[in-house]
Design a protein around this ligand. Structure first.
Ligand code: OFO
Length: 169
């Protein structure tokens, strides 16, 4: 049986993961609209991974005989400008998700729920990878300034991202 406080924070995290999916989908639609198909593809793949993150938490709560409590998902808050600004926004968003994952880790520890503390390590590692991959893209965009031909090449590169279902391991 799962600890109630831990169950509550895990349910809140499900909401955050699905909110992330909404945010990336909104970005994907925007990139498609302005003709950056690779950026659109990359953010759409990211949205699918966020749904996977939400579903892993969903399955975990059920496995621990807890109650899944799905709340309303907010409309995404965004202010779309240049691709670089959008990626900086993504980076800030992922840092805030990292903080909330760390809160899940410390709450599990406080409540002596070592199974959840162990489980959440997968998310801690995932956040390290997410922040790093977004940071790489930002650095490339910054290095080459506003050069549109470079943006074109980055668009092609981002279009190669492959989706593979994220599974807890
Ligand atoms: Fe689920 O990692 Fe991004 O938000």
């Amino acid at each position: 049986m799962i600890n109630k406080k831990v169950e509550e924070i895990l349910n809140a995290q499900i909401n955050k993961e699905f909110y992330s999916a909404y945010l990336y989908l909104a970005m994907s639609a925007h990139f498609d609209e302005i003709g950056l198909k690779g950026f659109s593809h990359w953010t759409k793949v990211q949205a699918r991974e966020e749904v996977d993150h939400g579903m892993i938490l969903f399955d975990y709560i059920i496995e621990r005989d807890g109650n899944v409590d799905l709340k309303q998902i907010e409309a995404p808050q965004y202010n779309f400008g240049e691709p670089l600004e959008i990626f900086e926004q993504i980076f800030r968003h992922e840092c805030s998700v990292t903080e909330s994952i760390e809160c899940v880790a410390s709450m599990s520890e406080e409540e002596c729920d070592m199974a959840t503390r162990h489980f959440i390590n997968w998310y801690i590692q995932e956040q390290v990878e997410e922040e790093a991959s977004v940071d790489d893209i930002i650095k490339k965009m910054k290095m080459f300034g506003q050069d549109k031909s470079i943006l074109y090449h980055i668009d092609i590169e981002l279009g190669k991202r492959e989706y593979s279902q994220h599974k807890y391991s």
